[in-house]
Design a protein around this ligand. Sequence first.
Ligand code: HEC
Length: 194
Amino acid sequence: MSRLCLLALVLAAVASSGCRGRTTAQAPIVPIRNMHDQQRFDPQSESSLFEDGRTMRVPVDGTVPRERELDPERAAGRLPDDSGYVLSIPDSVVKGAGGMPSLLDRGEDRYNVYCRPCHDGLGAGQGQVITRGQWNPAPPTFHQERIRQMPDGQLFATISNGVRMMPAYGPQIPLEDRWAIVGYVRALQLAQGE
Ligand code: HEC
């Protein structure tokens, strides 16, 4: 065996046994680094790998999230034949919340977080955001006839998609909570009714 070979063997033995069980502040010696230093790209940056030049890939056409609600009544407040809005909160939503009283409790809680800043605690449309001049125009009161007569599904769609100068809350508020808020808006209207 040549000397060089022997030296290599000794070095290999030292390298493989030398540091066991001890810690070091030094960077580890890694012969093949490409598993450690992987190429990364910043969001929105360019890439020559793809034809469209984008690093971020768009989902394949027709991709749907696993958890998407497919029932049009629950998901959009629309009748199954899409001829109009559902008139009342779907039974399955009420059941899922453990009954109407708990749905309304949840609705009150979420309304105070998401709607009260603009629509105020009674639904008159004079929340602090409005009275402090942060949002123009002011929302309408929930106690006008037009909004009283709105189907529940349309209230749900208003929260989900927004309307004119009101922002959409579909992306932030989970579906069940949007229905709970609808229930609470109805309760506010009843409480203020003649
Ligand atoms: C940033 C302020 C703001 C917040 C927060 C807000 N709204 Fe509104 N809302 C408005 C404004 C402004 C309008 C009037 C929109 C218009 O007609 O241009 C409006 C209108 C409405 C209407 C009447 C829609 C119509 O057809 O006339 C309903 C119902 C409503 N909001 C419900 C809600 C509910 C429920 C929430 C809570 C999830 C909410 N809003 C949160 C500002 C807000």
